[in-house]
Structure formats: structure tokens, C-alpha cells
Design a protein around this ligand. Structure first.
Ligand code: GSH
Length: 222
């Protein structure tokens, strides 16, 4: 018998679920996964399963955790290496993760996560491009200060900060905004992580009746 349940939404769209799922898998919590097809707004089954909250939603040995960043923190209680060991680096990881959790509305709205959408060049609005520039700045300055020795934000280990930005990577891979070479290198490193490969593979097997038309409609000419 497992230690509980992680409830997530449709993998091809649920950016928040990806964050929580990565942290849970990195911490190797022994939980069953339940996937709820999202309705693209309020999803009655999500409300019912989470007592009115959102996914990702973790029930681990009776401890209930929602909000992706709180799930990342909970997982780091089990695997402290999910945050960098050095205090300055750890603080910075928490700061950029908090900024990710709280902001980037322009990007979220114009470039919703949709793993297999044909949308190269799409979603470029003044607000989304401002967010893209801010994210590139965060990645570049973080890697310059703390990223020596590996491809991730804090070097060789994939941390909670990388989990928090993983859905941004997925968006960039779909919408292909104009990024600098170092940003694409980071995106490729995240995409190549074994858990990202697993997520994309599972997403590709989701049934077409879970797809949401407005997140699938091609956007190449935008
Ligand atoms: N701030 C929350 C956001 C979670 C969220 O908005 N999740 C979406 C799915 S990606 C959701 O549950 N939507 C409600 C619904 O579909 O009813 C977090 O970090 O976990």
C-alpha cells in the first residue's frame, strides 16, 4: 500500500501539476497518482477531490498539501537537496521560486502550457515578452552566480527552482519565443531530464477527449 495520493490535472496543460509532480517524484514519495481531466476553467472533479482547492494536491501519510510551492517545500523536508545546500544559494532559489509562483501573468495568459500544440512564434504580446525577458534575466544571473558545474539553475542538481520553472521551459518549447543561446541551452537541459521525458511521454498517451480545443488550436502564423 502506498503512503497516499498526488492528484494532478491533465498533463499536457497543467503547469502547476508538473511542478508539484516533479518535486514529489524527486523526493521519491510513495504516492499513487490520480489524474483529473481539466475543464479549462473550474473543474468540478478538481473541486470535489481537493475540498475546493486546486491541483496539484498531495495527501502524504495524512498530511495534506496544496499549492505547488508548498508541495516543493514539503518534499524538501524529505529530501533537503531539493534546495541548494549553501544558504545564499538556497535563499536565492526560494526567491526566484516565489517570484515564479506569484507572477508572470502575461506569459501564463498568452502562452498557456500545451505540450504538443503547433504554436511556434505564437503568444507574443507586450506583457508576455516582458515576462520572457525577466525570466531570461533570472536564469542568466542565477546561473552566473550559482550554476557552475552543471546545466541547471544551481549547477548539477535539478532543484525545486528548476521544478518551478519547468513549465516555463515547456511553454518556450511550444511557443519558441526569441531566446538567447544560453536560455535555450537551459531549456534543453530541463527537457532532457528523465522526469520531464516521463511527463511528456505520459501526456502523449492522454485520450483526445481530454484535449481542450482552445489550447490545441495551431498558432504558427501569429
Ligand atoms: N497557485 C496554485 C495554482 C494551482 C492551479 O491553478 N491549478 C489549476 C490546474 S493547472 C487548477 O486546479 N484549476 C482549477 C480547476 O481546474 O478547477 C499552485 O501553485 O498550485
Amino acid at each position: 500500500m502506498s503512503d497516499g495520493t498526488l492528484t494532478i490535472g491533465t498533463r499536457r496543460y497543467s503547469s502547476w501539476s508538473l511542478r508539484g509532480w516533479l518535486a514529489v517524484r524527486l523526493a521519491a514519495l510513495d504516492v499513487d497518482e490520480v489524474v483529473i481531466p481539466l475543464a479549462g476553467g473550474e473543474t468540478a472533479a478538481v473541486k470535489a477531490a481537493t475540498g475546493g482547492a486546486t491541483v496539484p494536491f498531495l495527501d502524504h501519510r495524512g498530511t495534506i498539501v496544496w499549492e505547488s510551492l508548498a508541495i516543493c517545500e514539503y518534499c524538501a523536508e524529505h529530501l533537503p537537496a531539493l534546495w541548494p545546500a549553501d544558504r545564499a544559494a538556497r535563499t536565492h532559489a526560494r526567491v526566484i521560486s516565489a517570484e515564479m509562483h506569484a507572477g508572470f501573468r502575461g506569459l501564463r495568459q498568452a502562452m498557456p502550457m500545451s505540450l504538443f500544440r503547433r504554436a511556434e512564434g505564437g503568444g507574443r504580446t507586450p506583457d508576455s515578452l516582458k515576462d520572457v525577458a525577466r525570466i531570461e534575466h533570472l536564469w542568466r544571473t542565477t546561473r552566473a552566480r550559482f550554476g557552475a558545474g552543471g546545466p541547471y539553475l544551481f549547477g548539477a542538481e535539478f532543484t525545486n527552482a528548476d521544478a518551478m520553472f519547468a513549465p516555463v521551459v515547456a511553454r518556450f518549447l511550444t511557443y519558441r519565443p526569441d531566446l538567447a543561446v544560453d536560455s535555450w541551452a537551459y531549456c534543453e537541459a530541463v527537457r532532457a531530464h528523465r522526469l520531464m521525458a516521463e511527463w511528456y511521454d505520459a501526456a502523449s498517451l492522454e485520450p483526445p477527449d481530454w484535449w481542450i480545443a482552445r489550447y490545441e488550436e495551431p498558432l504558427e502564423s501569429a
